[in-house]
Design a protein around this ligand. Structure first.
Ligand code: SF4
Length: 70
């Protein structure tokens, strides 16, 4: 099992807090909206920062989904 970060684009309002908390996974576009660097699968080493980003997103626009691995 691994985790995948889900971004609710209808809830996100940019400003990019998640990009500051997860710079290994997310770039920010010119308006501060997150832009995945290489997909949204969360490496195990980034599980903690990903949870922090989910918890601190002011719009509750982030969540972690469990995905099956083969
Ligand atoms: S922290 Fe939340 S609202 Fe802010 S840019 Fe990231 S996903 Fe969007």
């Amino acid at each position: 099992m691994s985790e995948r970060l889900h971004i609710d684009w209808t809830a996100c309002r940019g400003r990019g807090l998640c990009g500051e908390l997860l710079p290994e996974m997310l770039d920010l576009d010119e308006w501060g909206y997150p832009r995945p660097k290489q997909g949204l699968s969360v490496p195990r080493a980034l599980s903690g920062p990903a949870r922090q980003a989910v918890g601190l997103c002011p719009r509750q626009a982030l969540r972690l989904q469990t995905e099956a691995t083969s």
